[in-house]
Ligand binder design. Structure first.
Ligand code: CTP
Ligand code: MG
Length: 227
């Protein structure tokens, strides 16, 4: 089943501390956001990409999109202050029916079978998030003292893509805007309109490049995937 994808790429990468958007850092000579876009470019089920960027990256991004022959870009929009604002702007440029995915440009290791699984589940249930079971022991802490150990068996670490029937995601984003709710992902907005969200089990390889340590992991994952 076909889908469109919104790719938020309009962050500043502050925690990476690279002095520029972390998405411009190269892995094997290719910028991080191009790795991510290539996955969707090569997936024949992807009908179009809406890319949210910040104005200061526009020139460089455009050159790189051309150089790497990314042809499925349907629209480039400016992001906003928060990731949620960037996705909201992306939604305005997206189609009006069918399945829409939101996938962070900072997760270049997403695999096509997981994308397709999320599309399939969203088509059936309306909303799906890719996630992996939490591996660490998690404790709730107040100042420097443990309050409790949380039961790990029901905890999942949430990734992207997050996939939705577009009408549901639009309603959820509008509701969040109207009520001033800021979530850390799309699903949290959908939860607030009381729509169930299904989990699609993904891969521990689908890391988000956030701090500089993640670059070592990224090199290793890339080596495993592409040799
Ligand atoms: N993003 C966005 N618009 C924003 C903030 C983030 O489009 N206002 C994008 C980022 O470019 C990234 C994804 O959302 O692809 C996930 O965000 P995150 O990992 O937090 O990236 P940054 O916000 O760039 O990093 P930091 O929070 O360390 O500054
Ligand atoms: Mg951020």
């Amino acid at each position: 089943m076909a889908y469109e994808v919104i790719i938020p790429a309009a962050g500043q990468g502050k925690r990476m501390g690279a002095g520029k958007n972390k998405l411009l850092l190269e892995l094997k000579g290719i910028p991080v956001f191009i790795h991510t876009l290539q996955v969707f470019e090569r997936d024949e089920k992807c009908d179009g990409i809406v890319l949210a960027i910040s104005p200061q990256d526009e020139e460089e991004f455009n050159i790189l999109l051309k150089e790497h022959q990314i042809k499925k870009i349907k629209a480039i929009v400016y992001g906003g202050k928060e990731r949620q604002d960037s996705v909201y702007h992306g939604l305005e440029a997206a189609g009006s029916e069918g399945i829409i995915l939101v996938h962070d440009a900072a997760r270049p290791f997403i695999d096509v079978p997981t994308i397709h699984k999320s599309v399939h589940v969203a088509n059936e249930y309306g909303a799906a998030v890719v996630a992996v079971p939490v591996k660490d022991t998690i404790k709730r802490v107040l100042y420097d003292e443990v309050v409790e150990t949380v039961d790990r068996s029901s905890l999942w670490a949430i990734q992207t893509p997050q996939a939705f029937r577009i009408s549901i995601l639009k309603e959820a984003h509008q509701h969040a805007k109207d009520t001033g709710f800021l979530g850390t992902d799309e699903a949290s907005l959908v939860e607030r309109i009381q729509h169930p969200v299904k989990i699609v089990e993904g891969s521990y390889d689908n890391i988000k490049l956030t701090t500089k340590e993640d670059l070592y992991f990224a090199e290793a994952i890339l080596k495993k995937m592409k040799g």
